[in-house]
Ligand binder design. Structure first.
Ligand code: TRP
Length: 331
């Protein structure tokens, strides 16, 4: 059976090096492994208030960044979630199956709503049910996600199983989460203990795919480090999270192990290692940034590509959605 790979990303803000090395490069590689459906989760973006213009701009920006990174609209089906109404329809059908007790256990809802649970949107609460609909409506077999989304995928499997059982059908495929290697966990340049993130108030904490060479060099130069030289053994980076992060970034971009990177750079201080890393980041991102700027300048082309993706996604989702309506008695 060929793999059916489905994943989404929220179209809020710029893509940074952490998204690229952690998630997007993995999507690009998965295009070789099966039939891919990648979408901008713009309905999910409504779970916290976002200015309409910010959302509209974010959708195009993220689409441009994905394509520039190597997501190929000719090979993968790339689209906006909101343009395929099957997602929202399927979510409603699954709302009948998902249990309040299950959603109450979702750690992302607890983290994001925090002390203000009563003030959180209903969309934030039912977010995982929409995510289940996203993958089940395509009969996904594999879902590439970060560690933090594993629980949502388990919920999707629980919903699929209960739906199949309650209605006595064999409709939904149980999707499997594929988590990329831990090496791809890129941390903030200002704090080696927290993930590189678009919500960090300091822009110096991350490298954006749209940063120019001078900006990248400056961010790498100013990255937090320690005064020790690089060791020979990766195990000696334990307890030096900032040093370890810079070595991880180097290794991920060079497609090498941290041990191989250290074999060449052991004994160097950061005064020597940082310029080498800056050069590597700049060279690796150069083609990507160039393509990103081109695509940004052509929103009509982006909209055209996304419309083609949506048409294809609708076709593939339609039979499963129709079967789900039938199963519940709304055929
Ligand atoms: N919740 C995911 C995230 O924040 C994004 C997402 C939405 C998603 N729908 C999905 C991921 C379906 C995988 C499959 O990263």
């Amino acid at each position: 059976m060929t793999k059916r790979i489905v994943s989404g990303i929220q179209p809020t803000g710029n893509l940074h090096l952490g998204n690229y090395l952690g998630a997007i490069r993995n999507w690009v590689r998965m295009q070789e492994e099966g039939e891919c459906f990648f979408f901008l989760a713009d309905l999910h973006a409504l779970s916290s208030f976002i200015e309409p213009q910010t959302l509209a701009d974010g959708v195009r920006e993220m689409a441009a960044a994905l394509i520039a990174s190597g997501v190929d609209p000719e090979r993968a089906t790339l689209f906006r979630q909101s343009q395929v109404t099957a997602h929202a329809e399927m979510q409603w059908l699954l709302n009948g199956t998902a249990r309040v007790g299950w959603l109450n256990r979702m750690t992302q809802f607890k983290d994001k709503s925090g002390k203000n649970r009563e003030g959180a949107s209903v969309a934030l609460y039912t977010y995982p049910v929409l995510q289940a609909a996203d993958v089940l409506v395509y009969q996904a077999t594999h879902v590439p996600v970060g560690e933090d989304q594993k629980q949502h995928l388990e919920l999707a499997r629980d919903i699929a199983t209960k739906f199949n059982t309650d209605y006595g059908v064999d409709l939904f495929t149980l999707p499997e989460a594929t988590i990329p290697p831990a090496a791809a966990r890129i941390m903030s340049l200002r704090d080696g203990q927290s993930k590189m993130s678009k919500s960090d108030p300091s822009d110096m904490s991350r490298i954006n795919l749209s940063d120019d060479a001078d900006m990248v060099a400056q961010k790498v130069r100013k990255a937090k480090t320690d005064p020790e030289p690089l060791p020979e053994d990766p195990a000696a980076l334990e307890g030096r999270p900032e040093a370890r992060n810079l070595v991880s970034i180097y290794a991920a971009l060079a497609d090498e192990t941290p041990a191989a990177v250290l074999a060449r750079h052991a004994g160097q201080g950061f005064g020597t290692f940082k310029p080498a890393l800056a050069d590597l980041v700049v060279e690796s991102l150069r083609p990507l940034t160039a393509r990103l700027l081109e695509l940004r300048a052509d929103p009509a082309e982006l909209d055209r590509l996304l419309a083609i993706g949506a048409t294809r996604a609708r076709e593939v989702a339609a039979p499963t959605l129709a079967a789900a309506y039938c199963a519940v008695g709304l055929g």
